[in-house]
Design a protein around this ligand. Structure first.
Ligand code: HGY
Ligand code: MN
Ligand code: MN
Ligand code: MN
Length: 410
């Protein structure tokens, strides 16, 4: 028996959460473990308490809000995502997955439905990787990929450690990381790309996630005077960086499959000044591909272009790979549950890979996992204009709720 979620209640919750940590142009600004993030967490805890959910927080701040099942001896099914956002993020990335999970539990409560297995509404800490690198670090710690101590020691640009931020916000929980063991996990997310919208499909049945690698790159030349220094004498670190980025962009754009993704998201010039030839530049690089071998080739091409750019401008160029998340395939049983839910509701859907990383990537290492996508306007995300309609959110939440009940009663 399936029950209809409440579209208006879900939308009202999304808009209430968007009031917390609003960004200047209608988006969200709730960096991980800041006061804004903590306020969002407390709002969810309040809503959870109204449902009688039992809260536990683990040592890296992951939150689990538990709904009892008929068989509390069985491992629970988890549902959730993240509440932290990019600096100028949207109101749906992550939040939709958490609040649609809440809406599913509210719907079960409305109808007095108790599933066989207990359910856990989950909020993973620091999914975005914007404050503390890498992304998804807390779900990765839950999955045993990172040690608790190394995660607590990670520092933001101001030198504040993740452990200190947990203590400052009161989310330095006591539960061992890795608890509770999940018998399954589902995450609803906006697609953050254009495919569903272009094809007028309501649901993405996500079968896996592309591979991702992050690098820190430093280029050291020599700062000098912008006026008298002849061009051929210069060792311009920014010109070298620009050459490398431009060559990588050209390489990715030339890929007919469109599967090669290259992003330089941060760039800092040391002691930047308009009349000083840049002596030192630091940048980040994000490489992605759906095939691990192609990702290896892309990384090799990056190293070649970086060396060539350094050579061309007489600049020392070094890179450090700080994170690699391999291509992931989700559990067939969970993917089928999502597909079955979309089919049963007569929704237009497609099976697809995710271009973005999600906590489900790491959770899938320790529990059968799948994701549900909905379209977002113009495929735009990680941007204040990010938008999905109340109806689109409701269709995604409905599939999430139906698939959750299906898994929790297996
Ligand atoms: O980087 C990612 O794909 C994720 O949004 N953190
Ligand atoms: Mn997200
Ligand atoms: Mn994101
Ligand atoms: Mn993400």
């Amino acid at each position: 028996m399936t029950h209809s979620i409440d579209e208006q209640r879900l939308w009202d919750s999304l808009m209430a959460m968007a009031e917390i940590g609003p960004s200047p142009n209608g988006g969200s600004h709730r960096l991980a473990l800041t006061d804004e993030d903590a306020a969002g967490r407390h709002l969810l805890i309040e809503w959870g308490q109204a449902l009688g959910l039992a809260l536990r927080v683990d040592r890296v701040g992951n939150m689990f809000l538990r709904r009892a099942g008929k068989r509390d001896d069985l491992d629970p099914i988890g549902v959730g995502s993240h509440l932290d956002t990019q600096p100028k993020g949207g109101r749906f990335d992550g939040v939709l997955g958490v609040l649609a999970g809440l809406e599913a539990l509210r719907t079960l409560d409305d109808h007095g439905v108790v599933t066989q297995r207990p359910l856990e509404l989950v909020v993973w800490t620091n999914e975005e990787g914007s404050r503390f690198a890498p992304a998804m670090v807390a779900s990765g710690t839950y999955a045993g990929v990172f040690s608790v101590d190394s995660t607590l020691a990670r520092r933001d640009r101001d030198g504040v450690s993740l452990g200190e931020a947990l203590t400052a916000t009161g989310f330095n929980g006591e539960m061992a990381v890795g608890e509770p063991r999940l018998a399954g996990f589902l995450e609803l997310h906006i697609e953050q790309g254009p495919v569903l919208e272009e094809n007028h499909e309501a649901i993405g049945v996500v079968t896996g996630v592309q591979g991702m690698r992050w690098f820190d790159v430093t280029l050291r030349g020599q700062s000098s005077h912008a006026g008298p220094t002849p061009m051929r004498y210069r060792r311009d670190a920014l010109a070298a960086a620009a050459r490398c980025i431009d060559r990588l962009q050209a390489h990715a754009l030339a890929d007919p499959s469109g599967d090669t993704k290259v992003t330089c998201g941060t760039l800092e010039i040391d002691a930047a000044s308009r009349n000083v030839v840049p002596g030192e530049v630091r940048l980040s690089l994000d490489l992605r591909h759906i095939d691990e071998g192609e990702l290896d080739a892309l990384e090799a091409r990056f190293e070649e272009e970086l060396a060539a750019a350094g050579e061309a401008f007489g600049v020392e160029a070094k890179s450090e790979r700080i994170w690699a998340s391999p291509v992931v395939s989700f559990d067939a049983g969970c993917v089928d549950a999502v597909e079955g839910a979309a089919k049963a509701r007569g929704m237009a859907y497609r099976r697809m890979l995710s271009g973005a990383g999600h906590d489900a990537v790491y959770v899938s290492r320790v529990a059968p996992t799948a994701m549900v996508f909905i379209p977002c306007r113009d495929g735009i995300s990680h941007n204040e204009v990010e938008y999905s309609s109340p109806e689109q959110c409701a269709l995604g939440a409905q599939v999430l709720c139906d698939a959750l009940v299906e898994l929790a009663n297996r």
